[in-house]
Structure formats: C-alpha cells, structure tokens
Ligand binder design. Structure first.
Ligand code: FAD
Length: 396
C-alpha cells in the first residue's frame, strides 16, 4: 500500500492539471453544457492548450505518445481531472479505454487506421454492448449477430446507449458470431465505421435532461471487411472484461475529483450561510453531512489507491475493482446530494454546478454494470475462497 500523500514525483504535474481544471475547464462548463459549434470550438481550444503545455493524454502508454503514468500515480492526476466531466475531453484521456483496447488487440493495419488518430483526439471512439431488448447486465443474452459472407461480416441488430456514436468515427460492436459456442465464447468484437451503409442512428436519448450523446443504433445488414474483427473469433468477452476493468478504476478516480468539488461547495456553504442565529456550520445535523462525506470520500480514495496498485502489480483485481465501482458510485451520489441539501433551493438551480453533477452522478450506479451485478460478483469471488477451504485476507 502506498503512502496517502501525493507522491513528490507526481505533485508538479498534478498541480498543473488542477490549475488547468479550475482556471480554464470549470469556467467553460456552462458553454460546454450547451453543446453545438461554440462548445466544440472552446473544447478544441482547451485541447490545443493541454497539448502545448504537456498535459495531454497523461495516462496513455508512452509508446502511444502518452504520459505513461502507472495506475497508482495516475489516480492523483485523474482525481483532479475528474473535477469536471469535461476534464477527460480537454486533457485527451477520454480515449484511454479504447486506446488500451486497440493497443492490446488490434492488428497493425487497425492500429494505423484507428489508434493513432484516436490518441491525438482527431477521431472519437464508441463502444456498443447494451441492447434495448435484453437485460444487458447479463451480456450472454445479447442478440446482435454477425455472420461471415465471403470476406465480409454482415451485422444485424439493435444497440442503445452507444455513447458518442453520433460524433464517433467507428463503433466497436459486441456481436454473436459463434452461435454454437457456449456462453461467453459466442461473442466477438467487430470494428464498424459509423459511415457504413446500414448503420443508422435512430435517436439520441437524453438522460435526466442531459444530452450526453447516448445513441440507439440500428444495424441493418451492415457489411464490413472480415479483418475488422478485433482480436480473435469468440474473444469478445475477454476483450470487454479487459476494457471495462481499468475503465471502472478510471471512473472511481474521477469521481474523487467530483466529490472533492462537492465537498468544497458543501463546507463553503455551511461556513457562510446564517440561519437561526448562527452559521449552518454550527448545526449538528449539518456537521453530520460533513462527517459522513469526509468518511465516504476518504474510504473511497483508499479503496481506489488500493485497486490501482493491485492492477499495477499485474493482477486482474476483480474484487478490488468491483468494490470500488459500487462504493465510489454511492459515495459520489451521497456527497453531491448533501451539498445540494446544504444549498437549499439554490442547489437545485443551475446557479451552482451541483444540479448537473447530481444528475450525472446517478448514472454511475448503472453504467459499466449496475451496483447489484458488481456486488454479486465480488461476494461470489470472496465466498469461493472459503468454499475452496481458504479465507479472504485483508492484509494481503
Ligand atoms: C450514462 C451511461 C452511459 C452508457 N454508455 C454505454 C456505452 O457506451 N456502451 C454500452 O454498450 N452501454 C452503455 N451504457 C449502458 C449500461 O452499461 C447498461 O445500462 C448496464 O450495463 C445495465 O444494463 P441494462 O440497462 O440492460 O439493465 P438490465 O440488465 O435490464 O438491469 C436492470 C436492473 O436490474 C438489476 N439487476 C441486474 N442484474 C442483477 C443481478 N444479478 N442481481 C440483482 N439485480 C440485478 C439492476 O438494478 C439493474 O439496474 C451506458 C449507460 C449509461 C447510464
């Protein structure tokens, strides 16, 4: 386990990212929330500044042109970058999951076509597993199928919640390619350029009023070359698991930044707002909010650092990652909720960032697997050690 302080070799770059976030990204949020051309221009400007100042893609591997930070160091940078949902866009890390996936599994020609422009943020990725017709928490039920016709895959099905599909250059699609194979082995990943005939965006679904580019996509006999297969046939689940594991830690890292920001707003409000003869900070019921938030953030931060170290050590860290996904998402929701409460009606307006943060935080308990699925998986893994005659040791 590492120390709890920001390591000295990370402090400089972390401070730079923190200043970038507070001085440039957070003030741009109201414009960026509106979307459209002015938002795109401002975002491109922020991206150019981040590149010029050496703050671009700090978590990407060095061989891809990134900063190559180990997971355990990256926590400290990602947590300040997470203060705003636009941090990862402005600083070039929104492509990290897709870049790592292509880095590991793509062929040389796939890398040339997709990976290099991805890291430079010249193109956007998107990823499609979830389908409207089946409970996609259990992806063995996914229906979208691909069959080989000569040297082409023909894809038929319907996906939704394909985030970013409307601006993406391609979607990596989880397809049933091996109908005879059992369970997980029936699926493969196929790269589909979004301008392929038959690839149709049916609608973008706003979530709790936020337009996040979550698209429903129809695949109507979509034909792509056979070598658009990513990895091997039947490898879809392995690739998805490898992708989603680190992704969940990246989420948890960023949630810490959101929580810090909400905590600052909570405490700032309590010390400046007067009611019933004194500051809100003197009311014990409000002090409970401070205590609960402190304890949840601190516990989540240690869980995140622990999970990041486990990944750096080379393990799959499924228990640690599953735990931090659930605890982190709940922490995020609860801390922002308390900050909203302390602001009274103002907390529900767009006069503070809290309303947007609160709604976006609710998504976290569902995306990349709902809480219940991670709870089940963590508990099963722990119980298996006992069933096998061992015990779960917290001391490593
Ligand atoms: C903001 C956001 C972005 C997303 N982006 C993407 C994306 O880019 N690509 C993509 O493919 N998907 C994406 N998703 C979809 C997301 O991954 C799925 O919604 C999620 O995996 C759950 O699948 P489902 O919606 O089909 O829920 P279902 O599987 O229908 O589950 C419904 C509910 O049942 C409960 N449940 C499920 N399993 C169990 C269990 N074993 N035990 C107890 N209760 C259970 C849970 O409460 C769950 O919420 C996104 C979702 C959101 C909210």
């Amino acid at each position: 386990m590492s120390g709890f302080e920001v390591p000295s070799h990370v402090r400089g770059v972390r401070d730079q990212v923190l200043a970038f976030m507070i001085e440039r990204v957070e003030p741009a949020e109201p414009l960026l929330h509106l979307g459209g051309e002015p938002a795109a221009v401002r975002l491109a400007d922020l991206q150019r500044q981040a590149k010029d100042e050496g703050l671009w893609a700090l978590g990407h591997p060095v061989e891809l042109g990134g900063g190559g930070m180990p997971f355990a160091d990256y926590v400290y940078v990602n947590e300040v970058q997470g203060r705003s949902e636009y941090g990862q866009l402005a600083l070039g890390t929104f492509t990290l999951q897709d870049s790592l996936m292509l880095h590991t599994h793509a062929s040389e020609s796939q890398k040339k076509r997709w990976l290099e422009p991805l890291v430079a943020a010249e193109i956007w990725p998107s990823f499609a597993m979830t389908e409207p017709e089946v409970a996609s928490s259990d992806p063995t039920q996914l229906q979208t199928r691909a069959t080989l016709d000569g040297d082409e895959w023909v894809i038929t099905g319907r996906k939704w919640f394909t985030t970013g599909a409307s601006r993406a250059a391609y979607t990596t699609v989880m397809c049933r390619t091996e109908p005879e194979a059992p369970g997980h082995a029936a699926f493969s990943m196929i790269i589909v350029p979004t301008d392929t005939p038959g690839y149709t965006i049916v609608r973008e679904t706003p979530l709790l009023g936020i337009k996040g580019g979550h698209c429903e996509v129809l695949y109507d006999d979509v034909r792509v070359p056979a070598d658009n297969l990513l990895g091997g046939r039947g490898r879809g689940f392995v690739i998805a698991q490898e992708r989603l594991g680190p992704g969940r830690i990246f989420h948890a890292m960023r949630w810490l930044g959101q929580a810090q920001r909400a905590f600052d707003l909570l405490c700032g409000r309590l010390t400046t707002r007067q009611a019933f003869g004194g500051p809100l900070a003197d009311k014990q019921l409000m002090q409970q909010h401070v205590f609960d938030s402190y304890a949840q953030i601190q516990a989540c931060r240690l869980l995140t650092l622990h999970a990041a170290e486990a990944v750096d050590r080379g393990g799959d860290a499924r228990v640690e990652i599953g735990a931090v996904k659930v605890v982190g998402a709940r922490m995020l929701h609860d801390v922002i909720d308390r900050a909203v409460q302390a602001h009274g009606a103002a907390g529900l307006t767009d006069d503070t960032p809290l309303s947007h943060m609160y709604r976006a935080a609710r998504f976290a308990r569902i995306y990349d697997g709902p809480d219940e699925v991670h709870i089940q998986s963590v508990a099963r893994r722990i119980l298996k050690t006992y069933r096998d005659g061992g015990a779960w040791s917290f001391s490593g």
